[in-house]
Design a protein around this ligand. Sequence first.
Ligand SMILES: C[S@@+](CC[C@H](N)C(=O)[O-])C[C@H]1O[C@@H](n2cnc3c(N)ncnc32)[C@H](O)[C@@H]1O
Length: 212
Amino acid sequence: MALVLFPRIALCINQDITTVAQRSNIPDDQMTSKPRHWPENVQFIDKYHYHKSVPQTVRSFVQGDRTRQTNASRPPVVIRAIASPSHPANGQFGLFAAKKIPPDTHIMDYIGEIHCDDRPNSNYDLSLYRYPDGLSVGIDASVVGNEARFINDFRGVQPRPNAVFTEKRNGDGELRMSIWSSKDVIKRGDEVLVSYGKAWWRARSDNANNME
Ligand SMILES: C[S@@+](CC[C@H](N)C(=O)[O-])C[C@H]1O[C@@H](n2cnc3c(N)ncnc32)[C@H](O)[C@@H]1O
């Protein structure tokens, strides 16, 4: 899994959600209610947005047959500010279980902007699919996304992740990167943590070293 993040884009802090929507030409009917602690400079969405770098064939592949319809329900997680000096993401946000989550349970899907261009500076960019010819499809949640964008890596927090990313088609046939609980129960109040993968961290430490 290659999760890749931007150093937070310096969008104007008091820019409201309407302004972001207008700027990105997003229809009003795609605006959904924001969860608590949602940042003002990120648009909350529950459906993919498609960047112009995505060819129609790729878009059709991601969307699938779309003959079925499912209703999305609110995920069993909440966004919470981290205020623990021992947490490596102290001062940021994380995703926490709002209720007990049984093992091997679908928690939610990672939603953002589907793109086929390179986003080397995004820290919210997750790899969705790679074609044999090397074309890569990513989901970038740096500017638009859902609660899943707040999931942290387990390193320095817990000995192991309690959740995993799994590529799967949803009930509508759309290709999603979903978050599932792993083999253990996640207790109410526990932080939900995945592994971003060693390559994700290596890429960032290489970048930091190159800037020295
Ligand atoms: C996808 S975001 C996760 C949500 C982020 N904490 C936030 O509040 O927006 C990835 C960023 O979270 C932070 N992060 C996540 N897991 C971390 C960890 N184990 N140690 C240090 N930083 C972490 C890093 O700043 C990373 O670039």
